[in-house]
Write a protein that binds this ligand. Sequence first.
Ligand code: AHR
Length: 486
Amino acid sequence: MTVDTGASNGHISRHIYGHFAEHLGRGIYDGFWKKDDNGDYIVRDDVVAAMKELGVPNLRWPGGCFADYYFWQHGIGPKEDRPTVVNNLWGGVTEDNSVGTHEFLALCEELEADPIVVGNVGSGTVEDMANWWQYINHPGESPMAKLRRENGREEPWNVSFWGVGNESWGCGGHMRPEYYADLYRRFSTFLHGYGDVKPFRIATGPSGNDYHWTEVVMELAGDRIDGLDLHNYTLDGTWAKKGEAIDFDESGWFRMMKRAMDMDELITNHSAIMDEYDPEKRVWLIVGEWGTWHEQEEGSTPGFLYQQNSLRDALIASTILDIFHQHLDRVKMANIAQTINVLQAMILTDGERMLKTPTYHVFDLYKPHREATALAFELDRGEYERDGESIPAISATVSRNDADRIHVSLTNIDPNEARTVELSFSELDGMSVKSARILTAEEMNAHNTFDAPDALVPVVFDGAKVSNGKLVVSLPAKSLVTIAID
Ligand code: AHR
């Protein structure tokens, strides 16, 4: 690997490390919040502490599909007056609206996260959305600011990131892109800037490789869009029959790794279409939902999308983060789905118990790359072969932070073969390894359980040495390392 320490590959926005909390399963209730002795929902201190330690640059809410069913007026005012609704999308459970605008935005303040509020285009009106925006953001005298104050919040929250619908091609209304583009133009018109707070308008982007969606929406509405929200999940099999989270063999490992790498092609192709309409690259490509999607855990409530999280999920996450870092001219924000107890979660809870998943630890190992400059490199990625197919074995991110420290993350997805990577840096005299950590295990499906929550955690790595002016890294099979160099 040759690293050009003088060549920037772009700025790694902290927003690429964004999160997502939908009213789905045990993500909100029994996730970020739990019931106290009086039966009222309170924020879970252990979960919030763990997420604060990780750093949450942004948090997307209330969905997901739920956003296009959500009427924000149900979630404000005294709890006893809030109506109950049925969450038809996710398990048909009763939603009592205990967590609404005030509770979510208080959580964001606690986490020091920028909220991303997704408005309802699918079943709501322009007036509903404009009023919600005004309720949250208007600083002066207005009907909605008055209502907000009556509900106990004097100052506006100054939320800028605003989704205009979610998956409008699917659960958000099964629209054609032409129709959505027109609706987007209409709804977004009524989000007015107040003082310093301007709406950062996020349009529903494509599903996976739906390039037609990107083409049409960019052509008809691109000049009014600030961020286009691509959604793409990594799954084995089909939507009707996905793979298992833990009970998989090496072919299942390989197929998932291969599918994870599709992200590179998707971003390349969607970016090329965006370039036609936005050559200045003003519009962000946001990967607003990404991660692994397995069959949900046996015995868990249907529709709750609760799944375990193994070393395979972790190395998929690092591989995809590396891909984002190769496209920093467009990819400025992303949200892994979802934070607690849903899909590729950071944290799983069981009553009072909680655990950090292997994916949490990947985000932790990648923390030094946030807000750093990605450095350009050339890498012989090697090949990992299985079932007559081959994919690159190694992926990487190299960055330099404000304090001039370089961090290297290397992932070896090959579950059988260790690799040695020799790194030459164009200008780095007398370098030394400051620290190094590794995430790896004997088993491909290693994971944390409530009885063994630290079965898979990063540990000190002693396989990185400086030799003849090169950094030589002995990378075990199925591992991720992050090395800090001075
Ligand atoms: O993250 C789960 C669901 O996946 C979201 O609600 C939806 O936007 C997507 O299809």
